[in-house]
Ligand binder design. Structure first.
Ligand code: AMP
Length: 312
């Protein structure tokens, strides 16, 4: 398998009802690659500044992430500051500083150019296309974005979407992108923008997958302790794409398993701040939660004709 991600590598400052953290490791490419790397090698394209702690590079490298495409440039690392209210489903952006990402012109290392699976993580859609242009023959291109880019770079984002097979968005982003309140209508409209499939993430309520006429609904892992929802979306995408790239199949049953694995990876990420839970996570824990999710979703056919003799 060969899975490539372009996205942010960030220093995040976070406020949740359970505490605050300053300048901790974050960014779409960090969460994505840390999760995808459970399934196989993952190649990162991103940029950090001079202030980026070397220990974070060592952590990602220790997970087997290929960092040949990680540039270090003069200036400050991308920074995001966010706050979550008591309802942890909505992130409020307090500040976004693109810093070294503002002028980043990615040049893919030669061995990245044969990547078959590509994840255009949440970052400037111009950059997403600049990376895609350098990949020779991608087999599956997935993409994520957020309100920041939907509002500030809509036309560029629509150009990216024409080249994308699968879009991951949360429900608020789906509504904003499509200009439709109803999530089902929004998803259908997004499919008309280019992607063959769309995954609408709904935080603690799970995810909906739309592809042609097919709809698959998956619930989130019910958790008693959620500390920091940051990175849930990227972890979902990392679990999903990591699995698909590992098995190299895109049939409906594989995609359903991928959605459940995405939910499982996201469920671990939100248990601690930043990427902290992913540092101790084991493949056995992933397997265990997947088995539990399968058990929870299982129910039998009706054994008898429920409405017999009832005029129905
Ligand atoms: P999510 O998985 O959606 O919770 O993504 C969270 C991560 O997205 C955080 O770690 C942020 O550093 C990163 N992020 C926030 N805003 C942006 C942006 N405008 N562009 C790229 N990355 C961002």
């Amino acid at each position: 398998m060969a899975l490539l991600v372009v996205g942010s590598i960030a220093l995040d400052s976070l406020e949740t009802p359970f505490g605050r953290r300053e300048d901790v490791l974050g960014g779409s490419a960090s969460y994505f690659s840390a999760c995808a790397s459970f399934f196989g090698p993952t190649r990162v394209v991103a940029v950090v500044g001079e202030d980026f702690p070397e220990e974070h590079v060592r952590f990602l490298a220790s997970r087997g992430v290929d960092l040949a495409g990680l540039a270090r440039q003069p200036g400050r690392t991308f920074r995001w500051k966010g706050r979550y209210e008591f309802d942890l489903n909505t992130a409020h952006t307090l500040d976004t500083q693109l810093n070294v990402f503002a002028k980043f012109q990615p040049a893919l290392p030669e061995h990245y150019r044969d990547s078959e699976y590509v994840f255009l993580g949440n970052i400037d859609p111009d950059l997403q296309r600049a990376v895609l242009d350098q990949v020779r023959a991608p087999r599956l291109v997935a993409c994520d974005t957020m309100n920041f880019w939907i509002e500030s770079k809509r036309e560029s984002l629509l150009r990216t979407l024409r080249r994308v097979d699968l879009l991951f968005v949360n429900d608020a982003e789906a509504r904003m992108l499509a200009g439709e309140h109803n999530v089902v209508k929004a998803a259908r409209k997004i499919l008309s923008f280019g992607p063959r499939s769309v995954v609408v993430k709904r935080g603690e309520y799970g995810a909906l997958f739309f592809s042609g006429d097919e709809v698959f609904a998956s619930s989130a892992v019910p958790l008693a302790a959620v500390f920091d929802p940051t990175g849930a979306g990227d972890s979902f995408a990392g679990g999903f794409m990591g699995y698909v790239a590992r098995v190299r199949r895109e049939d409906p049953a594989t995609l359903r398993r991928a959605i459940v694995l995405g939910s499982v990876l996201a469920s671990f990420t939100v248990e601690q701040f930043s990427l902290d839970r992913l540092r101790s996570l084991t493949p056995e824990e992933i397997r265990g939660r997947y088995a539990e999710a399968r058990e929870r979703a299982h129910f039998d056919d009706l054994e008898v004709d429920l409405f017999a003799g009832n005029g129905g």
